[in-house]
Design a protein around this ligand. Structure first.
Ligand SMILES: C[S@@+](CC[C@H](N)C(=O)[O-])C[C@H]1O[C@@H](n2cnc3c(N)ncnc32)[C@H](O)[C@@H]1O
Length: 326
């Protein structure tokens, strides 16, 4: 947990070492200068250089998280689409109000005050951390790259996770602009995507024969495979990788500890992919007991792509509470 003093002195350091001019944005597969106005590119680049000077550790990660939130707010990207798509004010299907709103977004985002937004997000996020420390005594947080290989061996009382959807969200593409601004995508996004559970891209050499860890999923996977073998491979890989992630999670839970999962079903090749039941089965195989199941209706998070009609809309999420049996 970071202290208020650490945040204050970090901010002081950032503002006092802010360079007068921005350098070129970090390299990667995206041309960042096409996705942000020149004024915003310059401010982001100055801020980024200044944050880089903060010594590595929790405070630096906190500032980088806030920086990434600013990036999401100031790109010339349509905020209603999860992956980066330019704001289009001319689309024929837009109503008069939608057109007006998009024009306003373009103005706001081209002229954004990056430094002011950064201060605001730092303050808001620090308030959230303070709330957490009011609710838990001495909360500790760890940052790791992959849930399946999370380091450490101390046991915890509670894990809350919103794991990836099975092949319904393009997580790495959605955050590609943020990843590049953070300097995490210099050699492209492919390696990051390979670590991402629920990914959709597999080269031919990666598409080897694999088997689902869940007998109850096999009939559906066979049906999917008849329509689209790649979709079957994606869905099977998802179940295998979620089993590995949940296995690691479960091994870190104390006896009688709890796991909360927020999960949504989706549709694959026109069939309901019952992620919540599959993950429940995996958890039960790992020695967890389902205690409670709640449903939450959400605004649609369907994919806006040509596959939309077969990928389906996600209209509700389920909150599952498990207890580790002694
Ligand atoms: C349903 S989203 C949850 C987002 C989260 N609630 C948030 O606000 O950031 C699932 C998240 O899991 C992440 N993810 C995918 N593969 C992962 C892995 N191997 N280890 C850890 N996280 C992963 C995705 O990038 C995505 O951000």
């Amino acid at each position: 947990m970071i202290s208020e003093d650490a945040v204050d002195s970090g901010l002081e350091m950032i503002w006092s070492s802010l360079p007068k001019r921005g350098s070129k944005p970090p390299s990667g597969s995206v041309d960042l200068e096409k996705w942000f106005s020149p004024k915003v590119v310059s401010q982001l680049s100055r801020l980024r250089q200044s944050i880089e000077a903060i010594p590595g550790g929790p405070t630096e990660r906190f500032f980088k998280t806030c920086f990434s939130a600013v990036v999401s707010r100031v790109g010339l990207t349509d905020p209603t689409v999860p992956v980066p798509v330019r704001i289009d004010t001319d689309r024929k299907s837009l109503t008069k109000n939608q057109r007006k709103q998009r024009k306003q977004w373009l103005v706001d985002r081209s002229t954004a005050d990056v430094f002011g937004l950064f201060e605001l997000f730092v303050a808001e996020n620090f308030e959230r951390l303070k709330l957490l420390s009011e609710q838990c005594t001495a909360p500790k947080a760890a940052v790791f790259e992959d849930a399946r290989t999370a380091p450490g061996d101390c046991l915890v009382d509670l894990v809350i996770s919103s794991p990836p959807y099975g092949s319904a969200q393009k997580y790495i593409r959605s955050s590609s602009l943020n990843l590049q601004w953070l300097g995490m995508a210099r050699s492209g996004l492919r390696d990051l995507e390979r670590q991402s559970i629920g990914r959709e891209h597999f080269s031919h050499s990666e598409r080897v024969e694999i088997d689902s860890p869940l007998p109850s999923s096999k009939a559906l996977l066979n049906k999917i495979g008849k329509v689209n073998p790649l979709r079957r491979h994606i869905a099977t890989t998802f179940l295998i990788e979620m089993r590995d992630a949940l296995s690691r999670t479960c091994s870190r839970l104390k006896s009688r500890g709890h796991l909360v999962l927020i999960v949504g079903n989706n549709t694959v090749c026109g069939h309901t992919f019952d992620t919540q039941n599959y993950l429940t089965e995996i958890c039960e195989m790992l020695g967890l007991e389902l205690q409670l199941r709640l449903e939450d209706h959400i605004r649609s998070r369907g994919l806006i792509t040509k596959r939309h009609s077969t990928a389906g809309l996600i209209s509700k999420e389920t909150i599952l509470l498990f207890k580790k049996t002694p």
